[in-house]
Design a protein around this ligand. Structure first.
Ligand code: BGC
Length: 742
């Protein structure tokens, strides 16, 4: 049997290699027929008329240029009708090279899933892969070939608005999620009808923008880059990612778009990436504003030399590359390499056989927002919710409640639940398609429970006129649910904030409602960790709902009612105050660590604030309780070619079934370079019925013990390690030591 499988695998890879060969042959044959203008056309990407995320090139000749073979790809052209229309233009070009349609399908296409940061809070890789799979199925039926996702930037600074688009602060979790998302988008293989190309972005270190201000500079050691910021990109590449996008920031003084070290040495060199790199929106042209390139022509030269294959919306390649070739500054081989990388993907997608393959009305009608996809969106949304606090068993809500007051600016919102980066589809009635929080709860509670509503206030501004009505409404109820947070457009691209507190007068509304003496549950809707200290200290139950997508209302209602037992854990540290930012759990130890969180004096601490976060990385509650016991290590010593088995007992000691994310952290006690106080190295999401126990096992191998030394070599250094099993990074339940020997 095993032999047969090996034989089958060999045959599959043989045929794949053979197919690749024929694709390469086809690409080479086509390349021979192409003029220099047509070649450069393939490297040129323009936006269509759908929503844009940057300054749009005003080009009234786009359609004529497509017909002339001067444009290789479009973004922001969505739907079967429009993609088909544009493709028909490309089919009128001399060589009939099909267009590639790219789109930001970040967390769903029509069926919208939770924002990526929320999905990361599920720690459920299958669920995350499923979300990407559904998005790909819908997008690929609607004419989209290529999604500009996953965004795999490590985000340690919640001021940065784009943390909502990634997987949070941790390299290990981020790498696992990056892998799952690429697999989800691309499915079994490119060319399948339900597969879209992934685009891993933003290469690289975009998340480390100084001060959390979008597009800002990054200054970072090579070791930090390799150890913390690059692994999710590598994981995405290992999953087979077809394309990469570079980033807006400069890194150590060189814009990423013109960065030879990043794109040539690391990505296309050391990592042997065979796909193509697209610039970020206008990022080639922006090298002029960076003060790195004297003009657009110099920017084109830097970008193509550095390995940026496709120019998104800069018009830099279109008008300068031919001249640069003529002047001998850019070799034709460089152009050919970029063109080949792009054509290869067009062949792999099957576009030369049928350029309209993915613009399929019938398939789109069946796929978009169908019940199965909505079911998946509901499941993922439930799993993404994090229960931050639940005193006096305020949640789940008792089934015998007569009156619930549902108060706050988010309660009756529809589109808001979609979060930033939901695809703007034309002609959409959001209220017919998104389940609002009000509708979700209304559908959930029985006939005997009355639901009352008051808005209370807006998300921002200082108007408290609605408070009196909100308080009067609260007084009539047995329990109050308050839905507050930041607006959907307060996080995302170009949405950095210097203040992370709840905007406007929302926390005053919380105080006014709490003063009624009614039990209060607060729902926080946001695209980043927010600061809400008064609420956190005074309100008995707090649920972090992020932005949950089309099924938001139902998912929230299921958690409030106890039909779903919350299982999410925070993928980012929540600060007490902005002054702690950047704050992340896996920081290095200093030479003067604070002995406890109230220590002051000549130790590494603040004189006006604790070091600890408000809510730590990996934290989240459940309606049940879990007990950790009986830690065992298969050995107290390992050699670098051996492994250690770590096992322990996990028991559900509460009254309901639930899921726990058990987290394995390691600390390398001493290294040739300083080490983090702890680092996530594995996790499992485990489901247990009430009263059930299970033995959980992890394996520690050399890979988990390795670090980048000061020569940027990935090595496991002999010495002492501590293994910690935790319910969060700050709630270590079990620990033991072992030694790595030579
Ligand atoms: C963003 C990218 C996005 C692109 C296309 C840019 O502004 O940084 O992440 O894919 O626009 O919309």
């Amino acid at each position: 049997m095993k032999k047969l499988t090996t034989f089958a695998l060999l045959m599959v890879s043989f045929f794949a290699a053979a197919q690749q060969e024929t694709i390469d042959q086809k690409v080479n044959a086509l390349l021979k027929k192409m003029t220099i203008e047509e070649k450069i056309g393939q490297l040129n990407q323009y936006t269509g008329d759908n929503s844009a995320t940057g300054p749009i090139t005003i080009n009234p000749n786009k359609q004529a240029e497509i017909k002339a073979g001067l444009i290789g790809s479009m973004l922001n052209v969505v739907g079967t009708k429009y993609t088909r229309q544009y493709q028909e233009l490309a089919m009128q070009s001399r060589l009939k090279i099909p267009l590639l349609f790219g789109q930001d399908v970040i967390h769903g296409y029509k069926t919208t899933f939770p924002i990526p940061l929320a999905e990361a809070a599920s720690w459920d890789l299958q669920a995350i892969e499923l979300a990407a799979r559904v998005a790909a199925t819908e997008a690929s039926a609607s004419g989209i070939h290529w999604t500009f996702a996953p965004m795999v930037d490590i985000g340690r600074d919640p001021r940065w608005g784009r943390v909502m688009e990634g997987a949070g602060e941790d390299t290990y979790l981020g790498s696992k999620i990056a892998y799952a998302r690429v697999k989800g988008f691309q499915g079994n293989k490119l060319g399948d009808l339900n597969s879209v190309m992934a685009c891993v972005k933003h290469f690289a270190a975009y998340g480390a923008a100084t001060g959390g201000r979008d597009y800002n500079s990054v200054d970072m050691s090579e070791r930090m880059l390799f150890e913390t910021y690059l692994p999710p990109f590598k994981a995405a590449l290992d999953a087979g990612a077809a394309t990469f996008m570079n980033s807006f920031n400069d890194i150590n003084g060189i814009p990423a778009t013109g960065n030879v070290h990043l794109q040539r040495d690391i990505l296309k060199g050391k990592w042997n990436f065979q796909g193509f790199v697209v610039s970020d929106w206008g990022s080639i042209g922006e090298m002029v504003a960076h003060g790195y390139s004297k003009d657009l022509k110099a920017a084109a030269l830097s970008a193509i030399t550095a390995g940026s294959d496709m120019d998104m919306e800069s018009n830099a390649y279109r008008y300068n590359l031919a001249e640069l070739v003529k002047e001998g500054k850019v070799s034709i081989d460089l152009i050919d390499d970029a063109v080949k990388r792009i054509l290869r993907k067009k062949y792999e997608l099957g576009l030369f056989e049928n350029p309209y393959k993915y613009s399929d009305d019938k398939r789109a009608e069946k796929a978009l927002n169908n019940p199965e996809n909505r079911k998946a969106a509901l499941e993922v949304a439930e799993k993404s919710i994090v229960l931050l606090k639940n005193e006096n068993q305020t949640l789940p809500l008792s089934k015998s409640l007569k009156t619930i007051a549902f108060i706050g600016p988010m309660v009756k919102e529809y589109k808001a639940n979609m979060g930033f980066w939901s695809v703007e589809l034309p002609d959409v009635d959001y209220d017919k398609w998104v389940v609002s929080q009000w509708d979700g709860l209304q559908n959930k509670v029985g006939k005997n429970t009355k639901l009352l509503y008051a808005k209370g206030c807006e998300v921002d501004g200082d108007n408290k006129d609605g408070f009196a009505e909100a308080v009067a409404t609260a007084k009539q109820a047995d329990v109050v649910i308050l839905s507050i947070g930041e607006r959907r457009d307060m996080s995302g691209e170009a949405k950095s904030r210097s203040d992370l507190h709840l905007p406007g007068v929302q926390e005053d509304l919380v105080k006014a409602i709490q003063a009624t003496g009614k039990p209060v549950v607060v729902l926080v809707n946001a695209g980043r960790p927010l600061i809400f200290n008064w609420t956190a200290d005074n309100i008995p139950a707090i649920v972090y709902t992020w932005w949950l997508g089309t099924e938001a209302g139902n998912a929230i209602a299921n958690v409030l009612s106890g039909d779903y037992n919350p299982s999410g854990k925070l993928p980012m540290t929540f600060p007490r105050e902005v002054g702690q930012v950047p704050i992340y759990y896996n920081h290095f130890s200093t030479g003067r660590p604070a002995p406890n969180e109230n220590s002051t004096g000549y130790v590494s601490s603040y004189i006006d604030l604790k070091n600890s976060p408000k809510f730590p990385f990996g934290y989240g509650l459940s309606y049940t309780k879990f007990n950790y016991s009986d830690l065992k290590l298969s050995s107290a010593k390992i050699k670098s070619n051996e492994t250690i088995k770590v096992s322990f007992q996990l028991s559900n000691v509460g009254k309901v079934a639930g899921e726990e994310v058990v987290q394995l952290y390691l600390q390398d006690k001493f290294g040739s370079v300083v080490r983090p106080v702890l680092e996530l190295k594995d996790f499992q999401k485990v489901k247990l019925n009430a009263g059930e126990s299970k033995t959980i096992e992890f394996t520690i191998d050399k890979e988990k013990l390795s670090l980048y030394n000061d020569k940027i070599e990935w090595v496991a250094e002999p010495g002492d390690f501590e293994v910690m099993i935790g319910a969060s990074s700050a709630d270590i339940k079990l620990k033991a030591n072992f030694e790595l020997v030579q």
